[in-house]
Design a protein around this ligand. Structure first.
Ligand SMILES: *[C@@H]1O[C@H](CO)[C@@H](O)[C@H](O)[C@H]1NC(C)=O
Ligand SMILES: *[C@@H]1O[C@H](CO)[C@@H](O)[C@H](O)[C@H]1NC(C)=O
Ligand SMILES: *[C@@H]1O[C@H](CO)[C@@H](O)[C@H](O)[C@H]1NC(C)=O
Ligand SMILES: *[C@@H]1O[C@H](CO)[C@@H](O)[C@H](O)[C@H]1NC(C)=O
Ligand SMILES: *[C@@H]1O[C@H](CO)[C@@H](O)[C@H](O)[C@H]1NC(C)=O
Ligand SMILES: *[C@@H]1O[C@H](CO)[C@@H](O)[C@H](O)[C@H]1NC(C)=O
Ligand SMILES: *[C@@H]1O[C@H](CO)[C@@H](O)[C@H](O)[C@H]1NC(C)=O
Ligand SMILES: *[C@@H]1O[C@H](CO)[C@@H](O)[C@H](O)[C@H]1NC(C)=O
Ligand SMILES: *[C@@H]1O[C@H](CO)[C@@H](O)[C@H](O)[C@H]1NC(C)=O
Length: 462
């Protein structure tokens, strides 16, 4: 059954009886509201397409059938597919345009551990290679390409990647293709991923790539802190992206902004830019709260970060790059960090290594400049900073102001090489390469708003 919803009112065709009308009105009265970039006129349940939520039956065909069927409404108000409470085992499936995948409370999508349920895809053009193995890669659990207006949301339903199968293969060196991600959307625009719990991804959790106009909101992401490469959210060659109110515990960077790998990323040349991240909370003992790189060969610019919190995390907003990457990281603005139990408060690495193949150009030096941090409180931290630029390619225009760091017992609190910039009101005293100015100042933070910040979500009715 496919029924029509007109945002606030349930529209009823002439053929439908008065009894159904009353039932529909009751639906309206008890309607649950959810925020979305676009509401949908049509909706249907996974069970309408043969879905069985017993945790055992495979639903790959049901998802495919449902989404193919609902794609017919793309030009007629769009459609929403409801995943009801239950455990819905499935392999990889593809999304469509003008479409919402909606997980009710207590709906759990369980990723299949049967490899035949995971189609293969070619490597990403800006990477040239798979990250786990040089050949191709497995399609992500939820995949979309060349789409517009696609939403994955719900009342905090769960997507469980059942990643242990893949982590074991990774540790044993048995992977012949690169592991799947949990959600990947490529070459698309107007994307929303919100109000969900995502657990145990085989590798990265959320990977928008070559895409724009993206809102990621209200995600709770959990993976064991020792699971391999379980990055939380990785905008990759993306423009106009807003990430807010997310809580992430993971085995790798909570957020990593990327733009392609060495010679492949330089050639593809698609930057990540105009990105805002706010109210993020992160726990990741061996990784960063937000990494810029290490794959940054298409460039990363205009990233704004506000009011973020990390505890028991290796570093806060870290730059990872090296000779061979090329590209740039510039115009980065961080304001308001509350940190507890960090190894490094500030960390920049200019010798990251990790090249796709011997074909990289060691003369392709990245340009790292205009990196601004202000208003930071950090307690129980081992080191204040390890800022390592590249010989003959210093990281410049670093600005750090209004920072208090406590807890460091090691002598060299600020270890700086090949970097330049200024500081104001920073404790403990910074290194000589970042002299503290007599006249105090605040590091810049843009006063304008990005277009994606002005996008208001509509109140839709389910
Ligand atoms: C799929 O769409 C058609 C309309 O083209 C509709 O008649 C049919 O009921 C739908 N299938 C299911 C299982 O809902
Ligand atoms: C999903 O899309 C990809 C890329 O277009 C394609 O290779 C794959 O076959 C599609 N999968 C299904 C199940 O249609
Ligand atoms: C998707 O978009 C990309 C970039 O515009 C294009 O190169 C590719 O051919 C498109 N793929 C499909 C299946 O339309
Ligand atoms: C969503 O569910 C997760 C896991 O149960 C929970 O930790 C989180 O607090 C929930 N979020 C909201 C907004 O209820
Ligand atoms: C979705 O998440 C946002 C941000 O966390 C929250 O404000 C909103 O209440 C949530 N909506 C629903 C329907 O859970
Ligand atoms: C950040 O926190 C400050 C102080 O609590 C508050 O005034 C400001 O509105 C917050 N900004 C965002 C984007 O949450
Ligand atoms: C690095 O970028 C800055 C700002 O865009 C520019 O002024 C400078 O010339 C660039 N440096 C190099 C070595 O390319
Ligand atoms: C300095 O940073 C703290 C947060 O650590 C903030 O509460 C305070 O308002 C900032 N002071 C100024 C003058 O901006
Ligand atoms: C200082 O940083 C450099 C470059 O990252 C590193 O090689 C060196 O070991 C560090 N020194 C200490 C004492 O941590």
């Amino acid at each position: 059954m496919v029924f029509e919803i007109n945002n606030d009112f349930v529209q009823v065709g002439g053929v439908i009886s008065a009894i159904l009308l009353l039932a529909s009105l009751r639906v309206k009265v008890s309607c649950d509201e959810y925020p979305a970039m676009s509401c949908r006129k049509h909706s249907a349940f996974l069970t309408d397409f043969g879905g069985v939520g017993d945790g055992k039956t495979c639903n790959t065909k049901a998802f495919e059938y449902a989404i193919r069927n609902l794609s017919q409404y793309a030009c007629d108000g769009g459609a929403l597919l409801v995943v009801p409470p239950g455990k819905w085992l499935t392999g990889s499936f593809n999304l469509t345009s003008h479409f919402t995948l909606f997980l009710q409370k207590d709906a759990v999508i369980l990723a299949s551990q049967d490899e035949s349920e995971w189609p293969h895809l070619p490597v990403l053009p800006s990477y040239g290679r798979g990250r786990d193995a040089p050949g191709g890669r497995f399609s992500s659990l939820i995949f979309g390409t060349n789409l517009t207006d696609v939403i994955i949301t719900g009342f905090n339903g769960t997507i469980d990647g059942q990643g242990s199968y893949w982590w074991d293969k990774f540790h044993k060196g048995e992977l012949k293709l690169t592991r799947p991600y949990l959600i990947e959307i490529m070459f698309s625009d107007h994307i929303q991923i919100s109000n969900l719990t995502l657990i145990n991804s085989p590798s990265w959790f959320v990977h928008p790539i070559y895409s724009s106009d993206i809102i990621i909101q209200g995600l709770t992401i959990f993976a064991p802190v020792d699971s391999p490469n379980t990055d939380g959210i990785d905008p990759d060659s993306c423009t106009n992206t807003r990430i807010e109110d997310c809580y992430i515990v993971s085995g790798d960077d909570c957020v990593a902004i990327k733009s392609g790998w060495d010679e492949y990323g330089i050639k593809f040349g698609m930057p990540s830019q105009h990105i805002i991240i706010r109210r993020l909370t992160c726990i990741s003992p061996d990784s960063a709260m937000i990494a810029l790189g290490s794959e940054m060969s298409g460039g990363i610019k205009d990233v704004r970060v506000e009011n973020i919190t990390a505890l028991n995390t290796q570093s806060a907003v870290r730059i990872k790059t090296g000779a061979g990457r090329g590209g740039y990281v510039k115009d980065i603005f961080v304001k308001g960090m509350s940190l507890n139990k960090m190894k490094y408060v500030f960390w920049m690495t200019g010798s990251y290594g990790s090249h796709p193949d011997p074909g990289f150009d060691p003369k392709a030096l990245p340009n790292i400049t205009a990196i601004n941090y202000r208003d930071v409180r950090a307690d129980h931290c081992k080191y204040s900073a390890r800022l390592e630029g590249i010989p003959n390619d210093p990281f410049t225009g670093i600005c750090i102001s209004n920072v208090t760091i406590t807890g460091g017992k090691k002598k060299l609190q600020w270890n700086c090489t090949h970097v330049g910039g200024v500081t104001s009101k920073v404790l403990p005293k910074p290194c000589k390469l970042l002299p503290e100015k007599k006249k105090t100042f605040d590091c810049p933070f843009p006063e304008d708003k990005l277009p994606i910040e002005n996008v208001q979500l509509k109140t839709c009715c389910f």
